[in-house]
Design a protein around this ligand. Structure first.
Ligand code: HDE
Length: 756
């Protein structure tokens, strides 16, 4: 037996099989019947889209119609006063209800995640496409044996959590930051976690630098400021001394760091992973999530206003979209690289600061993720969900990316801090749907009651159950990659190119996107007090990306612009159109929020038709007026106001519409809020629509460079402002307005002089 357990060649594979066989044959009295132990996937239960909900259902509790009880189930008859010795006397020790209630309360917070503390999540499913566009592969099972990725008849239940990285649990949603995009697939073969971000690369090469990075970006240790922000000395000090960060800085300064909604953002697995097929062939794979609503961002001025006016903007947005039936959806994309082709790139596939440009290796869409169910209890589900990139199933394996390798340790470890127990995997949201039989059966808060006498392997007393599974039986076997090398603390030369892809990113941006990067640099570095740090960022980092960028950034922060490009400046003009958000617009207005500004006397027909048409296309409209209550149209239609002026703010809407109706428009001209609303929406480059007299309200707002049709009945569409004086042919107006909304922002607008 001892011999059987020795790992002779270091790969840990053959010996395990030998041990299993030896135990089986020599253990005596072993039952080999297939009823007792699964013989592979065929024997596994077939799970459905609803399986996770069914499992969770057993743990759900509904208090409707029930009595209040203690934790022990004793009915409580009075919960508003503690038990006292006399009405004005001291509270008694024997008040078990008080003690229990207070103890629960005292212990109801758990440590927040050290990063990604602020987030929100939802349930849904993943389903592979019937006929994925796989190029040279007809069938995805040629690439991976992971069943949940290959069988189009399977809908695998998932739970996805989105997050910001830096801020604490109560911080604002719309800060400049990377967003987490973590999905737990409850597959028949065990849980698979794809723990990604909304940017395809990372700040550092090696996990050992993660504590340094996070210490630099978190609030400074002496002042504990600023919260949820990179705009301070320690982050930029670290950045200026860490050139590998450069490419990621470009992403973080770009609009990608300000997503309009979680449902409108891409996701990426970041690292290069492996796909393993039935034959054991390995290929490299990068994962992408592609949102069906397009990839859209907020503008900086909006984000800062949202911090105060709607700090739960992204959290509420996900919740509302699902509750209103606009189920967020993403396609799963993969980029495949054959092992033999790994050297064809001018960067190392193991380097997590690099993308594989989509123009070089196309993204193939292999299935879709749909989020269609909000949680019942935020703490039990969203707060307690625990992801781990090391949760893989057969068909998916790791590479030696040093960032990924370190993560494989950190996530398991951090859950011990959050849960105070290794049994966090028993919490309902973390439980796999696949059957689970381990020999670990104790620890704080153990829930499962394991039967039997043995909890070790090998054993002969219980026929060696739970038994190891061979590869054919679905046992996970690590890819037997040949590894050779000296023990060394060092960085591979192939990781040294820090600037080339940062330049690719800059080159790929449209003019407005470039301008946003420059303005972001002005804000970020403007908040850095230390002049040397600011200079180092300009000279050592930005000037080695692009000279023009460095000069424009320097001009806004009181740093002498560099005369010529930096010595490491990459001299190429390559670009990747897929990186620009100008190219991520989708032709849909589904789930967009449209504000309708009215007062008594509004044009009922226009409002009615606009609402029904846009809502049919999946958008949502809200009636905004001076005060809450009812508003009556010119023809007597009565509408309930959704938001009054003190509640409403343009920054939570995607577009604004002003209907005709002279009384309504005249009343709004007297109020400052509607005009501010329009000016602000204009400044944020949002579509604006007006019909008939509604145009007069637009004309009282100083909208530069914009043709607001004063005369004539024709439809005028100018820089996303859609107007039509005459009320006939509404369809024409609605088509144009809808198109302008799908566009999301109208970057061609000049807004320098707009005050809002
Ligand atoms: Fe994480 N990360 N991370 N990270 N990460 C955590 O795990 C860590 C990295 C990501 O919604 C922590 O459970 C290290 C890259 C997401 O619950 C922790 C390194 C990517 C989430 C941790 C990284 C991510 C986390 C904190 C460098 C994108 C939120 C709480 C080697 C591919 C998951 C927790 C959720 C959370 C460690 C870098 C994504 C401490 C050491 C790269 C989406 O374990």
């Amino acid at each position: 037996m001892a011999d059987d357990q020795t790992d002779n060649d270091g790969d840990g594979i053959g010996e395990e099989t030998t041990k299993h066989r030896a135990t089986t044959e020599e253990g005596g009295g072993i039952d080999k019947s297939e009823e007792l132990h699964g013989t592979g996937n065929d024997a596994r239960e077939h799970l459905s889209e609803d399986s996770k909900q069914e499992q969770l259902h057993e743990m759900r509790e509904d208090h409707m119609g029930e009595y209040l009880t203690t934790d022990q189930g004793v009915r409580v008859n009075h919960t508003d006063d503690s038990l006292k010795a006399g009405e004005r006397g001291p509270t008694l020790m024997e008040d078990f209800h008080f003690r229990e209630k207070m103890t629960q309360f005292d212990h109801e917070s758990i440590p927040e995640r050290v990063v990604h503390a602020r987030g929100t999540g939802a349930h849904g499913y993943y389903q592979p496409y019937e006929d994925p566009d796989l190029g040279e592969y007809d069938d995805i099972s040629e690439l991976t044996k992971a069943k949940f990725l290959t069988d189009p008849d399977r809908k695998t239940p998932v739970f996805t959590r989105f997050s910001t990285v830096v801020g604490s649990r109560g911080s604002s949603d719309t800060v400049r930051d990377v967003r987490g995009f973590a999905t737990k697939f409850y597959t028949e073969e065990g849980n698979y976690d794809l723990v990604g971000n909304n940017m395809p690369i990372f700040f550092i090469h090696d996990a050992i630098k993660f504590p340094d990075l996070i210490h630099a970006v978190k609030p400074e240790p002496k002042s504990s400021t600023p919260q949820a922000a990179t705009a301070h000395d320690t982050f930029w000090d670290f950045a200026s001394l860490t050139p590998e960060i450069t490419h990621m800085l470009m992403w973080v300064l770009s609009d990608r760091a300000l997503p309009r909604a979680y449902r409108m953002m891409q996701g990426f697995g970041v690292h290069t992973f492996r796909f393993i097929n039935e034959e054991g062939d390995s290929r490299f794979v990068k994962f992408h999530w592609l949102p069906k609503y397009g990839t859209h961002s907020l503008v900086w001025d909006e984000t800062t206003k949202l911090w105060g006016k709607a700090s739960d903007f992204n959290r509420a947005g996900l919740y509302n979209a699902i509750e209103s039936g606009n189920y967020p959806e993403w396609e799963l994309g993969i980029q495949i690289v054959e092992e033999d082709d790994a050297d064809q790139f001018d960067f190392d596939l193991l380097d997590p600061t690099k993308i594989i440009p989509e123009e070089d290796v196309p993204v193939r869409r292999i299935g879709k993720l749909v989020l269609n169910e909000t949680v019942d209890n935020f703490f039990a589900e969203t707060e307690q969900v625990a992801f781990h990139p090391g949760n893989v199933v057969p068909g998916i394996d790791f590479t030696n990316d040093p960032l990924l390798q370190g993560r494989l340790f950190s996530y398991q470890d951090t859950q011990l801090n959050r849960f105070g127990s290794a049994n966090w995997d028993e919490v309902p949201i973390n439980r796999p749907l696949a059957k689970r039989h381990t020999n670990q059966r104790a620890g704080f808060m153990r829930q499962t009651i394991n039967k039997g006498r043995t909890s070790y392997s090998p054993n002969s007393l219980e026929d060696d159950y739970p038994r190891e599974a061979t590869e054919e039986e679905g046992g996970y076997v690590h890819h037997a990659e040949k590894v050779k090398g000296k023990k060394i603390r060092s960085r591979s030369e192939s990781f040294r190119n820090h600037f080339s892809q940062a330049k690719l990113f800059w080159n790929s941006m449209s003019d407005p996107e470039k301008q946003h990067l420059v303005e972001a640099a002005h804000f970020e570095l403007g908040n850095v007090e230390n002049r040397e740090v600011r200079e180092r960022v300009i000279y050592e980092i930005f000037n080695n990306v692009d000279h023009e960028f460095a000069v424009r950034a320097a001009e806004g922060i009181g740093v002498e612009p560099p005369d010529e490009p930096g010595t490491h400046h990459p001299d190429h003009d390559k670009s990747s159109p897929a990186l620009s958000q100008e190219n991520t617009v989708m032709d849909t207005i589904e789930s967009r929020q449209i504000a309708v500004l009215v007062d008594d006397g509004f044009d009922d027909d226009q409002v009615g038709e606009l609402r029904s048409t846009l809502e049919e296309q999946g958008a949502q409209t809200a009636i905004i007026s001076k005060v809450l209550g009812e508003k009556t149209g010119a023809n007597g239609d009565v509408l309930m106001v959704d938001e009054s002026h003190v509640m409403a703010t343009s920054v939570v809407y995607d577009a604004v519409f002003v209907p005709g109706g002279s009384n309504s428009v005249e009343a709004m001209k007297e109020q400052s809020e509607p005009r501010h609303f329009i000016a602000e929406a204009f400044k944020h480059k949002k579509p604006i629509g007006a019909l008939g007299d509604g145009i007069d309200l637009l004309e009282t707002v100083d909208l530069p460079d914009t043709a607001v049709s004063g005369d004539g009945d024709d439809l005028v569409v100018e820089q996303g402002v859609v107007t039509k004086r005459s009320g006939d042919d509404m369809d024409k107006f609605l088509d144009a307005f809808s198109e302008a909304i799908a566009e999301h922002r109208h970057w061609e607008r000049s807004v320098e002089s707009v005050r809002a």
